[in-house]
Design a binder for this molecule. Structure first.
Ligand code: FAD
Length: 293
């Protein structure tokens, strides 16, 4: 059952961080509420104070700059990301991913910031953004910091955000020429279910020739946090793709995660899915990079 709580609506990031500091671990940031409303109703989280950040302008908006790349305010909703023309023009993969996130009710209220800051393991965005080398800007009472997105995730539902910190923006650098990216999500029960496995792969080609460069293979839902399959990346790095290399990288990735057996499938089943998806996504990504998409 949901307990009574105090509800505050700051209008600046500085004010919000100050409130979070004042109430310590008893306060929670509230954005779209898609996650919080459920865990509070279930009694799994019982914050004494909710700091609603929806009125903070600094957390809104989608911008693109040819040097800095794409910047997403933490309050950008899934629906905004899915339908933004700017995103479709610069990073169409993000619109594609968003089409399969949850359902329209969740996409209308759920935010990018909430998706990442909840530290939920069965999600889609994190692995795609990490494969795009995204960074996040974080603000707290002692100032701002920027970290690679992968460093945000610590464990199941745990992030590296301190009690007084707010995730402000996600920053995605422009993709080099001759790059490709592919995300494949697999749901084992129904297509609207949360993913059972999600694999995102980004490959750039060396300026001349067909060798892979800057390979990023990110596995989602198969560990407490998104996982970079670094050995698999190294298998491909600096070489033109071949069937043997794809197979070797896929087998390696399947061993670089730590899936748990649950209602969505056994550990072995999920490793087999990882292997299949890495194989498929690597080939598609490489083809896209060759075409210069
Ligand atoms: C039925 C359902 C299906 C779903 N399916 C998918 C799916 O298929 N794929 C997928 O990727 N996701 C899925 N999700 C997750 C969904 O995307 C997130 O729950 C949603 O984006 C959370 O955003 P929110 O703004 O509602 O966060 P809230 O519920 O408001 O907050 C979530 C958590 O993040 C913290 N928080 C929020 N914003 C910030 C911030 N700016 N700075 C610091 N902390 C912050 C809050 O304190 C809280 O702990 C699903 C969720 C539901 C309920």
């Amino acid at each position: 059952m949901m307990k009574d709580f105090e509800y505050l609506e700051p209008t600046t990031v500085a004010e919000a961080c100050g409130l979070l500091k004042q109430y310590g671990g008893e306060a929670r940031v509230y954005a779209g509420g898609a996650y919080l409303s459920i865990v509070m109703k279930q009694g799994l989280l019982q914050p004494k104070v909710l700091v609603n950040v929806k009125k903070i302008k600094e957390l809104k908006g989608i911008h693109f700059d040819s040097v800095a790349g794409l910047t997403l305010g933490a309050l950008v909703t899934h629906h905004e990301l899915e339908t933004a023309e700017l995103v479709r023009a610069k990073f169409p993969i993000l619109c594609e991913v968003e089409r399969d996130v949850a359902n329209i009710r969740v996409r209308n209220v759920g935010t990018v910031g909430g998706n990442l800051a909840s530290g939920e393991p069965l999600t889609d965005l994190a692995q795609v953004l990490i494969s795009l080398d995204a960074r996040v800007k974080i603000s707290g009472t002692s100032g701002e910091r920027i970290i690679p997105l992968e460093e945000l995730f610590v464990d199941y539902y745990q992030t590296s955000l301190a009690d007084d910190e707010i995730l402000m923006q996600v920053m995605i650098p422009p993709l080099p020429a001759r790059s490709g990216i592919e995300y494949i999500r697999f749901s084992s029960s129904s297509v609207v279910d949360k993913p059972c496995v999600g694999v995102s792969i980004c490959i750039s080609l060396e300026p001349e020739g067909r060798a892979c460069h800057a390979v990023r293979i990110v596995l989602g839902c198969v560990a407490p946090t998104p996982v970079r399959a670094r050995r698999a990346e190294q298998i491909l790095e600096g070489k033109p793709l071949s069937l043997e290399l794809v197979e070797e990288a896929a087998s390696s990735a399947a061993q670089e995660c730590s899936p748990s057996s649950d209602l969505r499938g056994s550990e072995q089943y999920k490793r087999a899915i990882v292997r299949t998806l890495v194989r498929r996504a690597t080939s598609r990504t490489y083809e896209r990079a060759l075409k210069g998409e």
